[in-house]
Write a new protein. Structure first.
Length: 127
């Protein structure tokens, strides 16, 4: 699902959901002290390298890409289990936060947009 097909109101709802759910989770977990950050970053690095190989040859709704996004969601769930809207909000955050955009696009120049659209597709169909 291309993010541009979602209404501005819904996208704002997703931004709010991400912010509220992350704040609650951070508060409840002493700033995610339970998360093995080195492992998470290693796993996301491996995942982004794999996803980058599909950006030029597959659609965000392909079975292979959606399988990779399911792994992305599972990694995100190590912090807390985001709602559908919060997970879409994560994709929006990747696009709108300059540091996140630069970081993700080091894997592929179109990574952040492909990732956001793929997250949206996954969330709408699976969450």
């Amino acid at each position: 699902m291309n993010m541009s097909k979602l209404s501005k109101e819904y996208l704002n709802k997703c931004r709010v959901a991400l912010s509220e759910e992350q704040a609650q989770s951070l508060s409840n977990s002493n700033n995610w002290e339970h998360v093995e950050r080195d492992k998470v970053h290693k796993d996301w690095d491996t995942l982004y390298k794999e996803l980058a190989t599909y950006i030029d040859i597959a659609k965000c709704n392909s079975n292979k890409v959606q399988g990779i996004i399911e792994k992305h969601y599972q990694i995100a769930c190590r912090f807390y289990t985001p709602s559908k809207e919060a997970y879409i909000g994560m994709g929006i955050f990747y696009q709108e936060n300059q540091d996140m955009k630069v970081f993700h696009n080091t894997y592929h120049p179109q990574m952040v947009n492909f990732l956001a659209d793929s997250i949206s597709e996954f969330a709408i169909k699976k969450l």
